[in-house]
Ligand binder design. Structure first.
Ligand SMILES: Cc1cc2nc3c(=O)[nH]c(=O)nc-3n(C[C@H](O)[C@H](O)[C@H](O)COP(=O)(O)OP(=O)(O)OC[C@H]3O[C@@H](n4cnc5c(N)ncnc54)[C@H](O)[C@@H]3O)c2cc1C
Length: 595
């Protein structure tokens, strides 16, 4: 009752869903209401076009709005719950040796379940794509168009020119988690000479900081909230929820005419008078394209699908990945986790009453470190970023905190969210009996390994085959060993030593004991404890599958706007660029930037 009343009090509501009618036509059909799709469809509707936005999921849940709850969303009904095809050299300690590959399934897409960190990547990441219209200079206006940075006055003056406070996606600092490791982590990193950099989206990208997040007034700022919940958007945009797009309808002249959609067990075809935009993400978009006959000819023929355009759809997928590193620390009577907090009524009430307190925080995750490990002296244990190369990060660290005893209390939830097998989970549970745990995620930011997405079935409702192929390239293993060595040094800093921090040496099948060979152990460890950074790009890449204006080669009136078009993975988190791509396509479509 309390929650029902409370929900009615929410200051924003999502658009009402529409039941699709077979044969209906709209100016534009946009498939996928995630980071890019929500932005693209909203802007088109605001320009006065008749737009239908198709989304496989429904509204984000109340849980999705609570920043601290983000881990609890993984494996939930808001998650597509994909798992990768094993490659036998990574994720060996995940259930079935399959890495978890979470993706959001609701209005807002993955921005409704992600960790909400706002990092735009390095300017060089865009410039090096070397594609006309896609340099940082070209893209910056689109980042600024949506950015609503509320804390700009707390940034250094040199940052001002890189930001906008008035955009629709409001961004703020997360609330204080009231966990001393929040500041201790920064202190330890400073002892290794990692600079404190207030703005990792400003002049320089290197350093440690407390980042701004997609959070506003204590609640998640998904694109469902930032775009779709706007009254002016709701007035103009049509949205079909729980509507799964199965195929693009392409006529004999290779012109895309419409899409087929399954909604409430009914299959309908709807049409686009102008164009169709696929924004179903790095997994969803290649799946729809291949079901429609757009993809690698040999694969399509093998699946019995007639080829409309032979393109390398689903190839060269690149994703951040990391070894999960578990650190035991002494316990200072902390309770900052969701499960712990729900048993702490005052803190829950504080959140409900004022959207503040630990539930409005992101645990320790908003402390973000970006460094180039080549500029860290492993002998001196000091960072010295004194060349231009050092401005390009190759490692990003985030961390979260698990309070003492929490794993035992919430084992099914942890298992569902993280997906490690019982052998590993039991060891983590044991370590957590008497210690708080900090889970470090040092991401390989520029991985060499590449994977693929293929159809697993001719049935479009079945999940595709995701072969992430993490650690397929040995250089990524070496990078992970470097990252772990860096964390070992962090454990030796005064502040971490003072609190008896130590990395947990898990007993893993096939791995030598740590004391028998440190580097060999960590190499083996990395292959066991591999985890996705959830930033996969490249399955419908610019200049390979789509042209500079995001038009699919060989098919007219069909474009892609989502993370799948990025050719190279950026040095940072990916929602930012995906939203910018959603903003960008609108100018392409409306001819302001369309030759
Ligand atoms: C656990 C996790 C944590 C993350 N943390 C961060 C972070 O802190 N900061 C950050 O910047 N990024 C983060 N990311 C990544 C970021 O959220 C994504 O890269 C970004 O949302 C991708 O945008 P997109 O538009 O390509 O796809 P999505 O946002 O995934 O949107 C795709 C949409 O298409 C819909 N769809 C798919 N197939 C179909 C179909 N057949 N029919 C109809 N609809 C369909 C989906 O349901 C979804 O709504 C995280 C991701 C995950 C999984």
């Amino acid at each position: 009752f309390f929650f029902e009343n409370f929900l009615q009090d929410l200051p924003y509501t999502y658009p009402t869903g529409i039941q699709l009618e077979d044969g209906a036509a709209y100016d534009y059909v946009v498939v996928g209401a995630g980071a890019a799709g929500a932005a693209a469809a909203s802007r088109l509707a605001l320009k006065g076009f008749d737009v239908m936005l198709i989304e496989a999921g429904g509204d984000p849940s109340f849980l999705s709005t609570i920043p601290m709850a983000s881990l609890g969303l993984l494996g939930s009904s808001l998650d597509w719950q994909y798992k990768t095809i094993p490659n036998n050299i990574s994720c060996l300690s995940s259930i079935g040796e399959q890495c978890r590959f979470s993706r959001g399934k609701s209005l807002g897409g993955t921005t409704a379940i992600n960790h909400m960190l706002y990092i735009r990547g390095n300017r060089y990441d865009y410039d090096r794509m070397n594609i006309s219209g896609w340099t940082w200079k070209d893209l910056e206006p689109y980042f600024l168009r949506y950015e609503g940075l509320q804390i700009l006055d707390q940034y250094p003056a040199s940052s001002r020119k890189y930001h906008n406070s008035n955009g629709t996606m409001k961004l703020e600092y997360f609330d204080d988690p009231r966990n001393p490791w929040h500041t201790r982590t920064v202190e330890g990193l400073k002892q290794l000479n990692i600079p404190f950099n207030k703005d990792l989206n400003g002049e320089y990208q290197i350093g440690v900081t407390k980042v701004a997040g997609y959070v506003y007034k204590g609640e998640r700022m998904s694109t469902a909230r930032g775009y779709l919940a706007r009254n002016d958007v709701k007035k103009n945009l049509k949205v079909a929820k729980n509507a799964f797009c199965t195929e693009v309808v392409i006529d004999d002249d290779n012109i895309a005419r419409g899409v087929t959609v399954v909604q409430n067990l009914q299959k309908v075809t709807i049409y686009a008078r102008i164009e169709i935009v696929l924004s179903a993400g790095t997994i969803g978009t290649p799946q729809i394209l291949m079901q429609s006959g757009v993809g690698p000819a040999d694969h399509l023929q093998e699946m019995g699908i007639s080829v409309r355009s032979n393109l390398p759809v689903g190839n060269d997928m690149s994703d951040h990945h990391l070894p999960v590193v578990i650190v035991k620390v002494d316990h200072g009577g902390l309770v900052d986790s969701l499960v712990g907090l729900t048993s702490k009524a005052p803190q829950v009430l504080q959140y409900l009453a004022s959207r503040s307190g630990p539930l409005a925080s992101n645990s320790l995750q908003d402390i973000v470190t970006l460094i180039n490990t080549n500029c860290y002296d492993f002998d001196l244990r000091q960072y010295s970023g004194n060349s231009s190369l050092c401005e390009l990060a190759d490692m990003q660290i985030i961390q979260s905190y698990i309070d003492k005893g929490l794993v035992a209390l919430a084992k099914p939830l942890v298992k569902q969210a993280i997906g490690f097998n019982d052998q590993v989970l039991d060891q983590i549970e044991k370590a957590n009996e008497n210690h708080g745990l900090i889970i470090f995620s040092p991401m390989v930011l520029q991985p060499y390994s590449r994977g693929t997405v293929r159809l697993a079935s001719i049935d479009p409702l079945q999940p595709p085959a995701i072969f992430a192929n993490y650690l397929g390239d040995e250089r990524d293993v070496e990078q992970m060993v470097k990252s772990i060595t860096f964390l070992e040094h962090l454990m030796k800093t005064q502040i971490f030593k003072k609190h008896k921090a130590s990395i947990l040496h898990l007993n893993l099948p096939g791995c030598p004991a740590y004391k028998c060979g440190r580097v060999e152990y960590w190499r083996c460890y990395a292959r066991h404890m591999t985890y996705s950074g959830y930033h996969a790009v490249g399955t419908c890449a610019l200049t390979r599958v789509v042209d500079e204006q995001l038009r699919v080669y060989g098919v007219k009136n069909l474009r892609v706007a989502d993370l799948s078009v990025l050719k190279n993975i950026i040095r940072g988190n990916t929602a930012s660029v995906s939203i910018a791509i959603g903003e960008r396509i609108v100018d392409f479509l409306t001819e302001e930037d369309n030759p």
